[in-house]
Design a protein around this ligand. Structure first.
Ligand code: S3P
Length: 175
């Protein structure tokens, strides 16, 4: 991994991208950005609201715009939205411009970690979250795999353990 290259975290809702990203950035002394937070900050409205007004398509367009802007800045840690890998354009952008870490997780964990979530439109509209999460993960798994340089399983692991695993991977990349 080139030393000035950004690190991007991908993975389904609840896989820990934001908490891992924030801590990783702190440990590596890099800036941290979260694509969802950037969209909310710039529009001044929630993701739910964007889905309501512009549909998923509108949200995806905003997501691509933010991603291309963020990837121009070197040396950052970027947490992405779970669906970022749906579009080939985004997968190509990520592969070309970042070292991509896929945070995978068991369905059980994803369900638990998203249980209290109130700002994830794809889950809120579902009457069976487990089934919805399973379906989303199955559909997207090949895209996560295709885009990632490395996969880290976060199931049942404490934050510091995940960070240590990532640090090990990054150190090996430097060799
Ligand atoms: C989505 C995941 C969310 C957010 C939006 C759509 C998805 O981000 O971008 O609700 O399609 O999986 P998180 O993965 O951070 O929850």
């Amino acid at each position: 991994m080139p030393s000035k290259q950004s690190i991007a975290l991908i993975g389904p809702m609840g896989s820990g991208k934001t908490s891992v990203g924030r801590r990783l950035a702190c440990v590596l002394k890099r800036d941290f950005f979260d694509s969802d937070h950037e969209i909310v900050a710039r529009t001044g409205v929630s993701i739910d609201h964007i889905f309501d007004v512009e549909g998923e398509e509108g949200f995806r367009e905003r997501e691509t715009n933010i991603l291309s802007e963020l990837l121009v800045i070197p040396d950052m840690v970027i947490a992405t939205g779970g669906g970022i890998i749906i579009k080939k354009e985004n997968r190509d952008l990520l592969k070309k411009n970042a070292f991509v870490i896929y945070l995978s997780s068991s369905i059980d964990q994803l369900v638990k970690r998203t249980l209290l979530s109130k700002n994830r439109p794809l889950l809120e509209k579902s009457n069976n979250r487990e089934k919805t999460i399973k379906k989303i993960v199955n559909e997207r798994e090949p895209w996560y795999q295709e885009t990632a340089d490395v996969t880290i399983d976060t199931s049942g692991k404490k934050l510091y353990v995940i960070i240590n695993e990532i640090k090990k991977v990054l150190n090996n990349e430097k060799k």
